[in-house]
Write a protein that binds this ligand. Sequence first.
Ligand SMILES: *Cc1c(COP(=O)(O)O)cnc(C)c1O
Length: 317
Amino acid sequence: MFPLRISSHYLKLLEQPGDPLWLQAVPDLRELSDEGFKDPLHEDEDSPVPYLTHRYPDRALLRVTDCCAMYCRHCTRRWKIAHPEPVPQEIIHHAIDYIREHPQIRDVIISGGDPLMLSDHELEAILTALRAIPHVEILRIGTRIPVTLPQRVTPELCAMLRRYHPLYVNTHFNHPKEVTPESSRACEMLADAGIPLGNQSVLLRGVNDDPAVMTELVHKLLAIRVRPYYLFQADLVQGTSHFRTSVADGLAIIEALRGHTSGLAVPHYVIDAPGGGGKIALIPNAVVAQTDDEITLRNYAGNLYTYPSRPPDDDRP
Ligand SMILES: *Cc1c(COP(=O)(O)O)cnc(C)c1O
């Protein structure tokens, strides 16, 4: 139903059945549950051409391969990549044609599968075609390679990528034990190539649904120059319901970070709305009370402060 693949690098990090890395890598009978949906985010409905999702007006998500170095058990696209095969060239050309014909697209997210499973040469052909489109301002690559196959990040890859700036990379660390010397080196090489690095974690039960674990993770990420970007509430994907946590757990993690540590360390906690509503950020409520004159705010330590609701010359009703 969903392939098993664990890279030799990640395999070495597994310590015992049920540990946080094991859960992400090793199949589990609970994946047979039929709870949830095969395409909870309606990526197919927002797909004008195959392998491209155009949900937000100014950015598009292009899937360039279905292959990954490791098949994460919590994968959101597990129903799309049950039988990973190379994506035919014509499909990618067709998707790039769509981007060329839509001048409102200024940001292209190259995703998959994992785009860094392509050879440098294949990936460069895609980057060249996208860079030739004047309205495409920024490129982003979404990849878990720094975590799962860090040796793929070579000097040659970095030298190639830096020719396509402004290029951003978002990666996917979920647990502090994934921040190994090899992964740190891979991120350092990408950062040294001038690539701003972000991280998109998924909140997973038994893996990182704990403020202390997430605090350690975000600190380790900043130390390797990776900026926490998103913390995703788990999508309602069939076969992954055993990973789901409550929304209160996610909010508690953000509460534990905001104000208590560097603002740079605090990701946006988002739910990708079922049915294709896109990402919606959740913020622990800091506004305790609100009148026409003032709002009452709660700080990270739980103390209350007031601030005028509007400037003195604002007399709108
Ligand atoms: C997440 C996503 C994006 C990018 O969203 P940002 O909030 O700009 O990072 C774009 N398209 C799709 C379909 C997405 O799922």
